[in-house]
Structure formats: C-alpha cells, structure tokens
Ligand binder design. Structure first.
Ligand code: GAP
Length: 513
C-alpha cells in the first residue's frame, strides 16, 4: 500500500513524464502555482470541458453558452463585492517569515482533532467487532463528545470573527489554541491582515491616463453583465441558464498541491436565472444534477460527498460543495451556490440600468434570482487523473502502470501498432489510422517491441491498441487489445470503427448521465 503523499508524488511525476502537465516556463525554473498543459494534458482537459459543455448546453434546451472577455470594466468588481470582500485573512510567522491563511491554520488544527476522533472510532470498532454500533459510540463516548464539542466551538468562533471582520479575535484564537508555525514550530505571530486576491493590471499607454483593471477572479460576472443581452437576443424565458468556460485568476497566498490551487486556472460555470422564491427548489435540483454528472464517469460513488456551507460567501443564501477524495483527502471540487439577486441587483445599482425580466405568468417585472454551478476544470483534471493512475501487479509479478481514464476522456482513443517495421505492415497500419482519425483521436506507434508499446499506451491511458501483423495482410483482420482487461481479440479491420466508437464517444458518457 502506498500512502497518500507517495501516491500524490507519483501523480505529479507521471503527469510530467508522460506529457500531461509541465511547470510553467520551466527553463526559467518555473513560476509558482502556474502550470502548462502538455500534448496529452490539453487533450484530456478538452475532453473534460466537452463533457461539461455538452451536458449543459447540448442537453438543455434552456441553457446557452457564451464566451465573455477576461478583462471587464473595473466597476464590475466593485459591484460584485470582489474589491471589498474577496480577501483572505493572512498571518506571518516572525521566526520562519512564512505566510499563512489564518483560517486555514485553525482549520488544520480542527482537522487534527477530527483525525483523533476517527482514530478512536476505528479502535473501538476493532475492539467490539460485529457488535459495534458506531452511531451509539459517537453519541456516548465522553472523549469523542468532548472533542466534537471542541470542534464546534472553535469553528463557530472562527466563522463569527471572520464574518464580523474581527481579525484581532482570529489572532487571539490562534494564540489560545497554541497553534505553532508548521515550518519553524514558533508561536511568534504577526497580526492578522486582509489581503485582496485579485490581480491588477493596466489598460492604456501612458502612466497617468491608464485605467486600473483586474484579471477576472471568476467567470460568473461575464455572464451577469450579459444577462439582458442574452435574454433579449435569445428570447429566453425564465428559468434559463447561461454557461461559460474560461480562465480566472487569483493571487492565492497558499498556492500548493499541484494544480489543485493555482494562480491562473479555468472555471466551468453556469448561472441559472429563476423567479424569486423558487431558489430552494432549483438549488436542490442542480445539486442532484451535478452529482449525477460526476457519477456517470464511473469513478466510484464513495469518492464524492456534499459539504453544505455554514459560512456563506457575501453573495449566497445557500451553498454546497461537491467534495472529491483527492490523494490528499476530501476537498472541494465544485460549488453549487444560491446567489439570490445579489449580483444583478448590484449591477443595477452601479450602472443605473434595469436588469429585470418581465414574467408573463406573474404579470410583473423583477430581478431574477440565480443558482450557480461552478467547477474548476483543473481540479476536475486532477480528480480524473489521480483516480486513474494505478499500478497493477500482473501474473508473473510484473508491474504495469496504467491510467484508467473513463474511455471518452482519454487523450487518444486508439493506437495502431505494426508488429514489425517492414513487410508492408507500417503501410497497412497507417491506412487504418487514416480511416479512423475522422471519428476519434488515433495515433500510430512503431517504436520498440509490441509489449513495450502496450505498456506505453497503458501509461497514457489509451483504451485500445490495434496490432497489425502478417496475418492482417492476408485476411484483413487485426488484434484489438482493450486497456482495462488487457483482453485481445481478432477482429476485421472493417469492424474497428463501429466496435470502438460507441465506447469512446462523449455521447456515450452523456447517455449514462
Ligand atoms: N463563481 C463562484 C466561484 O468562483 P469558488 O468556490 O471561488 O466560486 C469555484 O470557485 C470553483 O473554482 C472551485 O470549486 C474550484 O473547483 C475552482 N477554483 C477556485 N479557486 C481555484 C484555484 N485557485 N485553483 C484551481 N481551481 C480553483
């Protein structure tokens, strides 16, 4: 058994070695928390994006897609609340000179108490065997109760202090809990300060006339400012949605865990505009819909859970995360937020323009409410990639490294391998590539022994290998090897397309959802 951090190290090194992800500008020693998607990574990313886009826009008559600019009028961010409220509370350790998010320090402390509770429960389960009643144990064991109460008190106080912006109390809490710097072990802390996460830039040539802009920290605002344009030109009736994928930027302080928390990342967001009063119903529907989208990938129900928020963002009246079991534990993958009419009303105030909808059924105009689904494409990439990477021991003891992607997401769907580089086999193999490439991504590979080529395609996650041998020249059949079962069957070249296509198309995935 490999432990979590070993598994995560393998994910990072495999992603680099097999051309999925490189550190940005690596020849200059990279740029912290910025990454480039390589030849296979960009293909996987495109496939995930396509699955999301089609599930939103193609499958729903009342959802349309847009592509708004990254740069927006700067007042957008005043109206959205990002100028005033998109902050992280920061604290520095004077000994190590390291900077931390104050709330994360407290949450990490709480996670340690949670781990203690879980250890206690596991120990008891082992001791009591079949007669163990976990719920009863959690409700009656004095140590578990005390620890759970402690967690509740700490999180409540943290939530309140952050809400009231009482940063002195956040520092007092860190001191009372005797939290020390993970790096130096020292408890010599500075005061807690707010730090805005938006990246600034300038528009214009001369220093005195240039306009201060921000790189968008979320794609959602490009949708809100276009609400009326889309509604009118598309003659959309409520409820309807606008979907968008694109880059977002955040000057993350604690940027770590590979592509989990980046400074430049991509979001896939959908704003669903609804009549006021129906937000609870739509919030529940979208929670269910999004979970189904994830489960259709077949990565295992046990890998996901909902986490309903107690502390809400400045725009939300309800919010829940879909968490995924990453190699470093359960963490947020997607957010579903009931954003009320906060954004549209605020843009009305700042622009003086009406952003309302005339509802013929209610015979009145109003500012629509919004339920948002927001998922990080890079985080989804990490979920798919880390879940796919396996080391399997084969009969005879050899280890194969394989990326078990859901077939429709794999960068290449089929690799065509001539058994030898002569006797007309490469020519026939290339003919097969030329026939299949119109329908799915097909590659040609002739280097090394065929066994090694199978391993290489396994490590890239290619679902099918098609081997062309001397018999192929005589009877127009090939060997089709399937990645997961490693089963090989003889099949007519004429049947390749119909056999493979149904298994690897995004449409197949969409039908399961
Ligand atoms: N429009 C709402 C919004 O932006 P969020 O919870 O801040 O909400 C939504 O972000 C999703 O974007 C997250 O669930 C996560 O998947 C992704 N995300 C946020 N910050 C990220 C970062 N620094 N790096 C990678 N993905 C990030």
């Amino acid at each position: 058994m490999t432990n979590q951090s070993d598994q995560f190290k393998k994910v990072i090194s495999h992603a680099k070695e097999y051309g999925f992800i490189f550190p940005s500008s690596e020849i200059y020693d990279g740029l912290s928390a910025v990454y480039d998607y390589a030849q296979n990574g960009s293909a996987l990313k495109n496939n995930i994006r396509e699955y999301w886009w089609k599930a939103m826009v193609q499958l729903n008559e009342n959802i349309v897609g847009i592509d708004a600019a990254i740069l927006m009028h700067p007042t957008t961010w005043k109206a959205s609340g990002h100028v005033d409220a998109f902050n992280d509370p920061l604290i520095d350790n004077k000994t190590s000179k390291k900077r931390y998010r104050a709330d994360v320090l407290v949450e990490d402390y709480v996670a340690k108490i949670e781990a203690k509770v879980e250890k206690e429960v596991k120990k008891a389960a082992k001791r009591f065997g079949n007669t163990f009643d976990e719920r009863e144990f959690r409700a009656t064991n004095p140590r578990v109760i005390a620890n759970q109460e402690k967690i509740k008190v700490i999180l409540k106080r943290l939530g309140k202090s952050l809400e009231k912006e009482d940063l002195a109390d956040v520092k007092a809490l860190i001191e009372e809990l005797e939290i020390s710097c993970p790096d130096s072990g020292s408890r010599d802390w500075t005061d807690v300060k707010q730090f805005n996460l938006m990246f600034g830039t300038k528009l214009g040539a001369s220093a005195d006339t240039a306009m201060d802009l921000y790189l968008r920290p979320e794609t959602a605002q490009g949708i809100f400012v276009n609400f009326l344009n889309v509604q009118k030109t598309g003659r959309m009736k409520l409820p309807f949605g606008i979907a968008q994928t694109g880059k977002a930027f955040r000057n993350e302080i604690v940027a770590r865990q590979f592509i989990f928390r980046m400074r430049e990342f991509e979001q896939m967001e959908m704003q669903f505009f609804i009549p006021p009063g129906t937000q609870q119903e739509w919030y529940n529907k979208w929670k269910e819909n999004r979970m189904k989208w994830h489960l259709a990938l077949g990565m295992g129900e046990e890998k996901y859970r909902f986490h309903d928020h107690e502390k809400l963002a400045h725009y939300a009246d309800a919010a829940s995360d879909i968490e995924f079991l990453f190699p470093f534990g359960f963490k947020e993958l997607e957010g579903i937020h009931s954003r009320t009419d906060f954004d549209l009303s605020s843009h009305e105030k700042f622009t003086g323009k009406k952003l309302q909808y005339f509802d013929p059924e209610r015979n009145e105009s109003y500012v629509p409410y919004v339920v948002e689904t927001s998922i990080g494409l890079d985080r989804m990439f990490l979920a798919v990639f880390s879940n796919a990477l396996r080391e399997e021991t084969l009969e005879g003891g050899a280890i194969r490294t394989v990326l078990k992607f859901p077939y429709p997401l794999a960068p290449n769907k089929a690799a065509v391998l001539p058994l030898v580089k002569k006797d007309g086999l490469p020519e026939l193999a290339r003919d097969i590539v030329d026939n299949l490439k119109w329908d799915f991504q097909t590659v040609y590979d002739e280097k090394d022994a065929v066994g090694r080529r199978y391993r290489r395609q396994d490590a890239l996650g290619t679902p099918y290998c098609i081997t062309v041998d001397h018999q192929s020249l005589e009877d127009q059949t090939v060997t089709l090897r399937e990645r997961d079962s490693m089963k090989q069957e003889r099949i007519a070249i004429a049947e390749l397309k119909s056999t493979i296509e149904g298994k690897v198309s995004i449409g197949t995935l969409l039908r399961q959802f």
